[in-house]
Design a protein around this ligand. Structure first.
Ligand code: FOL
Length: 186
């Protein structure tokens, strides 16, 4: 049910925990985007799909050709927007998103929270168990949106081997290095 379901948070953040600028990502990292696509899409049960929960600005930040995110159940949080986005469910609260998940129970394998800042914050503050997939981008990008502070007394770093989709090695693209980490809150 909605208080016991595990929430999987996926984010890429740079040195200052920046995640966005002017409604878009501060970087273009193909290997990280490939990881995002894989970890949010792959299911053990091929009959099921994962759900991606995002805020309205994150929805708008996804290039039109990639929206809705394919092979995933797209849920957009918005109090304003009409329920007329092609290919996505629109709900007015995080609770309503998880209620929708419950109502589709047999169809949904895992729930992924994909941003932005306020949606990440709400997910991390909930009582639900949580897994955080964070890509650490080793660069000082100018950002206007930031990931909430990770309380390492609550979120404990776990080995990347908990999920076979998470690369072990440091990556590099056009002079920017980044690596993948996983944290869990029980
Ligand atoms: N987590 C991580 N690790 N990296 C990110 O870039 C990221 N981005 C968001 C949330 N969590 C993240 C939100 N922003 C797409 C675009 C922006 C976005 C999330 C997804 C997107 O277009 N995804 C396509 C793949 C596009 C491609 O291959 O270039 C998808 O199918 O997932």
């Amino acid at each position: 049910c909605s208080t016991t379901r595990k929430l999987n948070i996926v984010v890429a953040a740079c040195n200052n925990m920046g995640i966005g600028i002017d409604g878009t990502l501060p970087w273009r990292l193909k290997q990280d985007m490939a990881f995002f696509r894989k970890v949010t899409t792959v299911t053990k049960n091929t009959e099921k799909k994962n759900m991606v929960i995002m805020g309205k600005n994150t929805w708008l930040s996804i290039p039109a050709k990639f929206r809705p995110l394919s092979d995933r159940i797209n849920v957009v949080l918005s109090s304003q927007m009409q329920n007329n986005i092609e290919g996505a469910h629109v709900v007015k609260s995080f609770d309503k998103a998880l209620e929708l998940c419950d109502s589709l129970q047999n169809e949904v394998e895992s729930v992924f929270v994909i941003g932005g800042a306020s949606v990440y914050k709400e997910a991390m503050q909930r009582v639900n168990p949580c897994r955080l997939y964070i890509t650490r981008v080793h660069h000082n990008f100018i950002c206007d949106t930031f990931f909430p502070a990770i309380d390492e007394k609550v979120f404990v770093k776990v080995p990347n081997t908990v999920d076979e989709n998470v690369p072990q090695e440091t990556c590099e693209e056009n002079g920017i290095t980044f690596l993948f980490e996983v944290y869990e809150k029980l």
